[in-house]
Design a protein around this ligand. Structure first.
Ligand code: FES
Ligand SMILES: [Fe+2]
Length: 431
């Protein structure tokens, strides 16, 4: 349970809010690189942390992310013309470069134009491609951190795949699904048997056989390692370890030789978030079959409504395409198809911002409890003393998830310390 003030503190991320200031300390995903596929491609509306922005890629291939609205009289630059190294408002032709600097006001007399342009600049943020993602940093330019080092974004392009989906609820309840691995044995039990990106691993048997997992949570430099223990055999436990790195990176423990999945949960505004879902393999290219399965919406990915909104095909307007017959047959546990939508359907059903004053937490919620506490402490330390939060330092980003079988008397943090760090050229520890 959380007091209302704390729930508000952790869920509100608009400009000037303490949690919003915390998010603005990090490089965060802003778009998929494929959304700005070529020079002078159409501009894209982006809402992040309750700020309405426009992204574009100019004639030289430079990326820009800036205020969506023209400085002249507030027209959306989504209607703009992306041409000749800038984005031109189609109302009266004012033109901006990728830094939001106004470079042309064609209606003004030539002798005044350049002086006037110099005074006009839209708020803008850097936009940098690393891996399949365009990243932005929305904080104080003087404090810009090093560029992100997440392994999924740094492995060769053929080893990695990222998708994104719009989820219609607050970022925190979506994140909490990512660190609550006890729900996997229930909600996703159908998928463990059938999903092409999950099925077949030895670990799945342990996962499905032991429905009373034991949670052990250990603090890491950037956040937490959430260890979940299930019985393997008489002498050993099966451990699944999920790293959470502040503010909102999680990575699912691997299964067999499948690629490893994970997420970023990024606030659009307080009642919507982007879920970036990645899959990568640390030491090999994804196979054509795996990549096709991801494109088809298997694993942590999903199918989409037509039109490019990144809204899932199964959404709250169609009751997530609920299939009671499939539920009865046991193909899916909840009747909703696909791991991603199984999560989003339930998390959206909690309401846009769940009222945490009413919840009843139990032992399997210990990861969530510690994550909230850590976020809350970091928000206060930043607000009151200007302390840089965990996860900004790129060393904190070089983490991995792991799935291992360990002797019963060994603590997971001792048994897989190395496995929880990125080791280039070494495969994920997986069962
Ligand atoms: S509103 Fe954009 S140029 Fe006038
Ligand atoms: Fe889930």
């Amino acid at each position: 349970m959380l007091k209302k003030e704390i729930n508000d503190l952790l869920t509100q991320t608009g400009p000037g809010t303490p949690m919003g200031d915390l998010f603005r300390q990090y490089w965060i995903p802003a778009l998929l690189a494929q959304e700005l596929e070529e020079n002078d491609s159409p501009p894209v509306r982006v809402k992040l942390l309750s700020e309405r922005l426009i992204a574009f890629r100019d004639s030289e291939g430079r990326y820009g992310l800036m205020d969506e609205f023209c400085a002249h009289r507030g027209v959306s630059l989504w209607f703009g013309r992306n041409e000749e190294s800038g984005l031109r408002c189609t109302y009266h032709g004012w033109k901006y470069d990728v830094n939001g600097q106004c470079v042309e006001i064609p209606s003004e007399p030539a002798e005044r134009e350049s002086a006037l342009c110099k005074k006009i600049k839209l708020r803008s943020y850097p936009l940098v491609k690393i891996g399949d993602v365009l990243w932005t940093y929305m904080g104080d330019p003087a404090q810009t951190p090093d560029l992100p080092e997440w392994e999924f974004a740094r492995v060769p392009a053929e080893n990695t795949f990222t998708s994104k989906r719009w989820q219609e609820c607050n970022w925190l309840q979506a994140l909490e699904g990512g660190i609550d691995s006890s729900h996997v044995s229930w909600l996703h039990s159908g998928g463990l048997k059938t999903d092409p990106l999950f099925k077949g691993a030895q670990g799945n048997k342990y996962n499905l056989a032991d429905l009373k997992p034991f949670f052990e949570v250990v603090e890491s430099d950037g956040g937490l390692f959430i260890g979940v223990r299930r019985n393997a055999d008489d002498d050993n436990y099966y451990w699944r370890i999920t790293p959470w790195v502040m503010p909102s990176f999680t990575m699912i423990p691997p299964r067999g030789d499948h690629p490893v999945h994970g997420h970023f949960w990024i606030p659009i505004d307080d009642e919507n978030c982007w879920v970036y879902s990645f899959d990568y393999h640390s030491t090999r290219a994804l196979t054509g079959t795996e990549r096709q399965a991801m494109l088809d919406g298997h694993g942590v990915h999903n199918e989409y409504e037509p039109g490019g909104s990144y809204r899932p095909l199964a959404n709250k307007d169609n009751d997530y395409l609920m299939d009671r017959a499939a539920q009865k047959r046991g193909d899916t546990y909840s009747g909703v198809k696909g791991i991603a939508i199984q999560d989003s359907s339930l998390q959206e059903s909690m309401g846009p911002i769940v009222d945490r004053t009413k919840e009843k937490l139990v032992s399997t919620d210990s990861g969530i409890i510690m994550a909230r506490r850590k976020l809350w402490r970091a928000v206060e330390a930043l607000r009151d003393d200007g302390v840089q939060p965990p996860g900004v330092d790129v060393a904190h980003q070089r983490v991995r998830s792991a799935a291992v079988v360990l002797p019963k008397d060994q603590a997971f943090i001792d048994g897989c310390r190395e496995a929880l760090e990125v080791q280039p050229g070494v495969k994920h520890a997986s069962v």
